[in-house]
Design a protein around this ligand. Structure first.
Ligand code: WTA
Length: 635
């Protein structure tokens, strides 16, 4: 399973294309199955219908926990670094994690959760979050983790879509010098969620919260009522493991579904190879478990590999901008996996914050979530890796479960800005607008995949047709990623960004339609159009053009702030526009379609060549928008 040289990579790649079933069967055999699979793969990208390790039975937590108790019981599984560096670190060995997961699995059962039930988890980055996720998997409940930056409304939408019966949360969360309510937000959400019968509340910040009799129970009290033995539920390889909501170009976020067998095999395989994990290494992925990166590379991939995973509760800039480097030094981190937006932000604080920290334990650096610009790549390479740590620029998506196009650390020659080559089992191709394959090198197009890998999404929860429409209908027979991509003369891939109406703001995926819907909820707003624009730190910023009612009672700054508050309320603070421009009209075609191309150009500050505007209903509106000031909002 381990690739050690570039020749071995090429050999593995060839094998994976010529005999995918043989290739993946060999890898899957290294895991613990209750019953072997009868068939490795069955698939078509038309319905779509993808099944891996058919008939195989397993429980992913037996692979993440029980399996390691023989020889790694006392090895740290999770090292937790709290928000406040003066508070103690928590280390959970595999044995301790196993005990806690079994206990909490029993708590879930006590509270009526059964195999197949959906459980919503809205928690800060604390060890109990890992315990909650794994406890669901232990009893075959399907977890739906909702990122802490989402609003009550967003939580409610996700709970209702999946019909969750239980919510797990905490009183509050610590983020830098702020305390953020969690339970209060859940309480607001639950006003509109009749499916929820129980709420399990962890005390973390010890802030006062409302506890409703019959519905709300304390984590700690419940944990005292149960034993530390909980037989794992036998799951089919294709039973659902989790749902994770993600934004698309239209409508509400959709629940991407991953299943037990394929996801486990794929995350562990990619984790071990891409990061060249060695026993004893400390792996620090800075993502939040509310996103796929945290699911796959803080929890499942590392734990299924018996690794030590570091979980960090806080933010990179508190108490100061040296916090990551402090953590690397303190815990002797060997692998650091973070996002370009964090690198760019820390770059801005200067090198004084890096100095004085011993970073010599670092062996491998990773990047994920958005294209990494060359300046950030070099800063990371020079100042953090000291030019001796390979950087793996890993491209993948919520839908792909794990990394698809990425260097293998120390093995694939890297090139700044390039995700380089597909991993074994991954068959990318570029297509033009008409869906025709663009062959050869030195070309660019829309990035698709022509063959399934074990970690591919199986469906979108409760709406399979939406899954087909979104990913498998633009180019029949192919999985469409939504990303644009170029393949250079060496056959190296460089992701150029989304080609649909999805923004990538600080590595967070946000649909423009979602933000527009939220803005339109504000009483004074008639219509809006949202586009992205290049932002030094966030990668992309959110630019909103808003047609507002003439409201002489309020000044425009106040209306702007009201709009921000509305978006925060509907989606969450992460979706707040960076710029709001009030306009009297939007550039529309005669058929009423907004010409976003023009709005994007103006937002980018490039008004010299707006292209063809002759099909516009009212070309004059473009002049007005061009002339309008681009106002930065200070929230
Ligand atoms: C973008 C995050 C360039 C891309 C794992 C993709 C990247 C979207 C990279 C998925 C990268 C992710 N280089 N772009 N290395 N990694 N992206 O679902 O546009 O939150 O489609 O998954 O992020 O975001 P998601």
């Amino acid at each position: 399973m381990r690739i050690r040289t570039f020749d071995q990579y090429q050999e593995a790649y060839r094998h994976s294309v010529e005999d995918p079933e043989g290739f993946w069967a060999e890898i899957a055999q290294e895991f613990q199955w209750r019953k072997p699979w009868k068939r490795v793969l069955q698939w078509n990208f038309e319905e779509p219908n993808v099944k891996w390790f058919i008939g195989g039975k397993l429980n992913i937590t037996e692979n993440c926990l029980d399996r390691h108790l023989k020889d790694k019981a006392d090895q740290p599984a999770i090292i937790w670094e709290p928000n406040d560096p003066t508070e103690p670190t928590v280390t959970l060995t595999y044995r301790m994690l196993y005990d806690q997961v079994c206990r909490f699995a029993n708590v879930l059962k006590r509270n009526g959760v059964k195999k197949g039930d959906r459980v919503c988890i809205y928690m800060p980055m604390v060890p109990e979050l890992a315990v909650a996720v794994l406890a669901c998997a232990r009893i075959g409940a399907i977890h739906s983790v909702v990122f802490g930056g989402f609003s009550a409304q967003s939580i409610a939408d996700r709970i209702n879509d999946a019909q969750c019966s239980v919510v797990i949360t905490s009183d509050g969360a610590n983020r830098g010098n702020k305390q953020i309510p969690m339970k209060d937000t859940v309480d607001d959400a639950l006003i509109g969620c009749p499916s929820v019968k129980k709420v399990i509340v962890l005390t973390h910040t010890r802030t006062a919260v409302a506890m409703l009799k019959g519905r709300d129970v304390w984590w700690e009290t419940e944990m005292k009522q149960v034993t530390a033995e909980c037989e794992a539920e036998e799951m089919d390889a294709e039973d659902m493991l989790f749902i994770l909501y993600t934004s698309g170009s239209t409508g509400k976020p959709k629940g991407v579904v991953h299943t037990c067998g394929g996801y486990m095999v794929y995350t562990a395989y990619t984790f071990q190879n891409v990061f060249q994990y060695e026993p004893g290494d400390v792996h620090f992925c800075t993502a939040d478990i509310g996103w796929i990166t945290g699911h796959s590379y803080i929890l499942y991939g590392p734990l299924a590999s018996g690794a030590t995973s570091l979980m960090f509760e806080g933010v990179p800039t508190w108490p100061d901008a040296g916090r990551f480097w402090d953590i690397v030094d303190k815990h002797k981190v060997n692998i650091l996996y973070t996002a370009p937006t964090a690198i760019r932000s820390l770059m801005g604080f200067g090198l004084d914050y890096v100095k004085g920290h011993d970073l010599s334990s670092l062996r491998i650096l990773g990047s994920v979530g958005e294209p990494i610009n060359e300046e950030a790549w070099h800063w990371y390479d020079d100042n953090i890796g000291k030019n001796r740590c390979p950087i793996v620029d890993t491209w993948w998506q919520t839908e792909t479960g794990g990394m698809l196009i990425t260097p293998i650390a120390g093995i694939t020659k890297t090139k700044p800005g390039y995700a380089t080559l597909p991993l074994p089992g991954v068959q990318p191709l570029l297509v033009d607008e008409a869906g025709k394959e663009i062959e050869g090198n030195g070309v660019s197009g829309n990035l698709c995949m022509k063959f399934p890998w074990p970690g591919i999404l199986r469906t979108t929860y409760g709406d399979h047709e939406r899954c087909r429409q979104t990913y498998f209908s633009a180019y029949p027979g192919l999985y469409f990623t939504g990303d644009g991509c170029l393949r250079d003369e060496d056959g190296y891939y460089r992701i150029t960004g989304r080609v649909d109406d999805v923004l990538n703001v600080s590595g967070h995926r946000i649909g423009t339609a979602e933000v527009e819907n939220a803005i339109n909820m504000h009483t004074g707003v008639i219509e809006s159009a949202v586009v992205g624009y290049p932002h030094d730190i966030k990668g992309q910023g959110i630019y909103a053009y808003v047609i507002a009612e003439n409201d002489t009672d309020h000044d425009v700054d106040l209306v702007r702030r009201d709009i921000l508050a509305t978006v925060s309320r509907i989606i969450g603070p992460i979706a707040k526009p960076d710029k709001i421009q009030f306009v009297s009209g939007l550039p529309k075609t005669r058929s009423g379609k907004i010409m976003r191309r023009i709005l994007r150009k103006i937002a980018e500050g490039d008004t010299s060549n707006l292209g063809d505007t002759t099909t516009l209903l009212d070309p004059a509106v473009v002049e007005e928008i061009k002339a309008g000031a681009l106002v930065e909002v200070k929230a």
